[in-house]
Design a protein around this ligand. Structure first.
Ligand SMILES: [Zn+2]
Length: 199
């Protein structure tokens, strides 16, 4: 299939740059997007087109050929390509009544919700093994409840609640707390809360 060179045209008053088969020296011009610009109201330009309709239609050989004919620029070659385009066009066929099953709506698979992304760390809490159980509340596999408190943008350890064995040990910089499977230990200026390593 041969490519037809199209020309860019624009109103003298500005606006979008359209495409047309040939910018005539006189008379009106019809753009690919179907606008007729009156004689003397337009200029041929070198710039790339920016009219979306013109750009889209510039990929449609039949449109271009039609536009050429409209401007009486149609050569035998173009006439041919128009005819080819016509015979190629399936939508020109007269279809019998559509079969009912073809009218079924397309059922798109439901979009899967994104997997819940739990960051590795939420402030002072190392989240591995914990289940979020509300705003700032986390639960360990053994049922230890850890409450974190928002401090500026960060989450700081606030409270551990556990009805089971709790061991608090004085260490350098504070107290290390072991409650069930959770360990709270001083770290830097604050604490770190994490699941105890299995021993
Ligand atoms: Zn246009």
């Amino acid at each position: 299939m041969h490519k037809v060179r199209l020309e860019s045209v624009r109103r003298k008053t500005g606006g979008r740059i359209h495409l047309t088969p040939k910018v005539p020296r006189g008379g009106p011009v019809t753009t690919l997007c179907g606008q007729t610009l009156g004689e003397g109201s337009f200029l041929a330009v070198e710039s790339e087109p920016d009219c979306a309709n013109c750009i889209r239609r510039s990929h449609d050989q039949a449109r271009i050929s039609g536009a050429f004919f409209a401007q009486e620029e149609g050569s035998e070659l173009l006439r041919l390509s128009l005819e080819q385009a016509r015979t190629r066009k399936p939508e020109l066929r007269v279809l019998p009544h559509p079969a009912p099953e073809k009218e079924k709506a397309v059922v798109w698979p439901a979009a899967k919700p994104p997997p819940e992304v739990v960051p590795e760390r939420v402030g002072e809490l190392v989240t591995r093994g914990f289940k979020a159980s509300g705003e700032g509340v986390w639960r360990s596999p053994l049922g230890v409840i850890v409450r974190m408190r928002k401090h500026g943008k960060d989450w700081r350890f606030a409270e551990v609640v556990y009805e089971g064995e709790v061991v608090a040990t004085r260490v350098e910089g504070g107290i290390r707390l072991k409650a069930g499977d959770v360990e709270v230990a001083p770290e830097g200026d604050g604490y770190e809360v994490r699941l105890r390593k299995k021993t």
